[in-house]
Design a protein around this ligand. Sequence first.
Ligand code: EPU
Length: 338
Amino acid sequence: MNIQENVSLKPYNTFGLEATARYFVEVSTVDELKNALQNPAFHAVEKLFLGGGSNLLLTKNYEGLVVKIALKGKEKIFEDENHVLIQAGAGEIWHQFVMFCVENHYAGIENLSLIPGTVGAAPMQNIGAYGVEIKDIFHELQALNLETLEIETFTLADCQFGYRESVFKHTLKGKYVIVSVTFRLHKVPTFKTAYGDIQKTLAEMNVTELSIKAISDAVIAIRKSKLPDPAEIGNSGSFFKNPEISLTQYKTLIESFPTLPSYPINETTVKVPAGWLIEQAGWKGFRDGQIGVHAKQALVLVNYGGGNGNEIKKLAEKVQQSVLDKFGIKLSPEVNYI
Ligand code: EPU
């Protein structure tokens, strides 16, 4: 195992931001991960565990040890008439894993096509898109306890999944590293096409018979049409979470903004799209030098190349302030600031 010094993190974050890691190591097995953690030279050194770097805003150089999780592997560990359990290494690329499932006709994950990042990072924030969240196909995960260096298993209930939330962002923050995730996929698909864009896209694609592949293709087409490809324009997908507001506040708001979209959460709470709020606040397509707000999806902040993390952080703060001023709604970032 090779611990390198002063490594550029630019290839390791989808914003394409320049920052260096004082120390950097890539681990491909649990033993390599343990060795890195047991190395006495790094006991007291702060650590950052990195998946695909798709939810990361680097605002400065990292003075500690960056551990790139590259544990690979996909294995069918159980199968019956209706389901398969597939265990995947945390370092598997998420979209490649989804494609593997689509090709093998394992259903349930197809709506999550083309999301950047890795398998191990996905449960951290319960990734979701087009009506499906990882919790819907989650069986269990294995994670390394950073104190005991033992592997522990977390069930669905243990993970405490919520909208872009899990126990690993709260009470267990910084205490575990996910090393593998097991998914429970269906052999007989139940298609989820309720998200309006999916039906429209399937119709445009002249799909007459639904299939796992057709849905995956539709989701890929929608994402490509709205979301910038990080290989071309640096970004980390949705920068903010969609805020939940009280029904009372919503009722007041629609008097002034009758077209405000909303999704009911329960009897007292509704979710409203941050992209809509940001667009109405005038930011869609805004550009300042090398950074800006994406012209096709206002929820996505972008680095056209050469922008820096602090500029993006400042832009995010301005966006938050103007949405607060106009609507009285506080936006919370989905990305993690370093
Ligand atoms: N909207 C606007 N203007 C915009 C963007 C959106 O008015 O610039 C409106 C749309 O017209 C629509 C609503 O906002 O009425 C929702 O937009 P969209 O379907 O594009 O989804 P989103 O709420 O902006 C969420 C997720 C995405 C996920 C999509 C599809 C969050 C924070 N984001 O975005 O996830 O792909 O739904 O399910 O929940 C991500 O987390 O990185 C991500 C891309």
